[in-house]
Design a binder for this molecule. Structure first.
Ligand SMILES: Cc1cc2nc3c(=O)[nH]c(=O)nc-3n(C[C@H](O)[C@H](O)[C@H](O)COP(=O)(O)OP(=O)(O)OC[C@H]3O[C@@H](n4cnc5c(N)ncnc54)[C@H](O)[C@@H]3O)c2cc1C
Length: 474
């Protein structure tokens, strides 16, 4: 296809569209070019921050005409290099952070319509201001943005009750790769008028267009929460206790997080203000939180009964139910600080696998044996056990650096982790997405039919391949 204007003219026009306030120049552009984990150091011709959907549309129209790659970027917290550009001449970053307006809150419909650049924690506050809750919650919520969250179909700590990002969207506005604005912001709970177009953009990692606004589902704010930190006998015991708690509480479990002793020890060593709630013989920890929007529910009684049954059966070896919000936050700190603690000890090789909850014990058992037979390493295993999603992270053996580990056996170990998850019918990428980091795995594990259909969609929507080139489909 022919270019209608040369790249230099096109870039100048893009700069004119966003104006001075929307252009990030020189050293200020640095943080936008590198990913969260500093695995990828990118390059781009421009970093721009449009202020409206119309500006996005104009920029993408020009990019389409000239074959300029557009990298949509939110909070740049991707764990897989999803928002990093790789071409100093023919790619631009379209950062959405200036587009953070509230379009509408409709408490009766239990929805809010917000722009894509709204930071997730601001979306929480907005919902709370209306005595409602937007339930998607995760460690990066102070930085990541609604557009990024939806584009990665992010998970977090409440998927068990409320689903992942995909389940929390009633409508979308997006700019298509030809510059057209698709507006599907009706916020309807029922609308059977053809294909689910919004679904195309959820989890697409910016490869099919730019999300500019969304209608998000809201829920009653739970009035009562009970949080327990349990030392459990085994991963099997953790899964059994979760099932028991779901049954006894009539599915009021909102989060179920697993922490291995190894992950706990790293946090205790590196994160100020943490202390070990158990003695060292506790090797597995289950963080269980129940919540309800009714105040008098006897949640605590339910949780204590689950605990009692667990003690009698030998599944719970130690445990405590939080006496205050402060104590509950201390429990959560032990879980939420694991990524930071891993960073403090030099970083890890991360995995983000999922299997059925019932297969977690089998996965852990088999993975442990397989990896021990391959090469020395240390583990930091934790994650959203209630979703069957584990971060089975590898650390270099004592005395080695992450770099030498990565140049040595890490790839083989990683392949085994992914092979095993897929062999058990699970996924090699449960919530972080593909980005650039997992393109090889994507090609290896996804079926040819799935990849073929995705390529057909990509080709139909984005024939020039301008949207987030090199990500997801490679
Ligand atoms: C400490 C920490 C904890 C985390 N915990 C979790 C967790 O529990 N669960 C989880 O799922 N993830 C987690 N993540 C990963 C990450 O925060 C999420 O993937 C998040 O959703 C990314 O949002 P973002 O705004 O930073 O997107 P970015 O990193 O900027 O972009 C991510 C992807 O979305 C695309 N994109 C961004 N905005 C748009 C848009 N408006 N339109 C189209 N495409 C767009 C980008 O091109 C890229 O492909 C964690 C990350 C950190 C650092």
């Amino acid at each position: 296809m022919e270019n209608f204007m040369d790249i230099e003219t096109a870039l100048k026009q893009i700069v004119n569209i966003v104006g001075r306030r929307g252009l990030i120049k020189g050293a200020d552009a640095g943080p936008y070019l590198q990913d969260e984990r500093a695995l990828f150091h990118g390059e781009a011709a421009l970093v721009v921050k449009p202020a409206s959907v119309e500006e996005c549309s104009q920029i993408i129209t020009i990019a389409q005409d000239c074959g300029i790659g557009v990298i949509p970027q939110g909070g740049n917290t991707s764990y897989c290099g999803g928002a990093t550009p790789f071409d100093s001449k023919r790619q631009i970053i379209l950062n959405l952070s200036r587009m953070n307006d509230i379009r509408e809150v409709d408490p009766v419909n239990s929805t809010m319509t917000v722009e894509a650049g709204m930071v997730l924690s601001d979306a929480h506050t907005l919902a709370q201001n209306h005595n409602l809750m937007f339930p998607l919650s995760m460690g990066s919520q102070g930085s990541c943005q609604i557009g990024g969250v939806l584009s990665t179909n992010a998970g977090g700590i409440s998927v068990l009750r409320y689903g992942s990002a995909r389940d929390l969207v009633l409508g979308l506005e997006a700019v298509l790769p030809n510059g057209e604005i698709l507006s599907e912001l009706k916020g309807l709970r029922k609308d059977n008028t053809g294909y689910d177009l919004k679904g195309l953009f959820l989890g697409a990692e910016g490869t099919l267009g730019v999300i500019t606004a969304a209608v998000l589902k809201l829920f009653p704010e739970p009035l009562s929460r009970q949080t327990a930190l349990l030392g459990v006998a085994s991963p099997q015991a953790a899964c059994d206790l979760l099932a028991q708690a779901q049954q006894d509480s009539d599915e009021q479990v909102i989060s179920a997080e697993y922490i291995s002793r190894e992950s706990l020890n790293i946090v205790l060593a590196k994160i100020a203000g943490t202390r070990d709630p158990f003695d060292d013989s506790v090797r597995h920890v289950l963080l269980l939180e129940l919540a309800t929007s009714q105040s008098e529910t006897g949640l605590r009684n339910i949780l204590e009964k689950v605990l009692q049954k667990g003690v009698v059966s030998g599944k719970v070896v130690d445990g405590v139910v939080a006496e205050s919000m402060r104590q509950a936050l201390e429990f959560w700190k032990l879980r939420e600080s694991i990524p930071e603690a891993e960073r403090c000890i030099g970083g890890s090789v991360k995995h983000d696998i999922s299997v059925r909850i019932s297969q977690i014990p089998e996965f852990l058992d088999k993975a442990g044996k397989m990896l021990n037979a391959i090469a020395p390493h240390r583990l930091s295993v934790f994650g959203h056990i209630g979703d069957g999603n584990l971060h089975y992270n590898l650390l270099p053996p004592t005395g080695s650096t992450l770099k030498s580990f990565q140049e040595g056996p890490a790839q083989k170990l990683s392949d085994s982790v992914h092979d095993l998850a897929v062999m058990l019918g699970g996924s090699f990428s449960a919530e972080h997405g593909i980005g650039v980091l997992k393109c090889d795995e994507f090609r290896k594990y996804k079926s040819p039919a799935s990849i073929g259909l995705m390529r057909t969609l990509k080709g139909a929507l984005d024939p020039r391949g301008i949207m987030n080139p090199g990500k997801l489909l490679g």
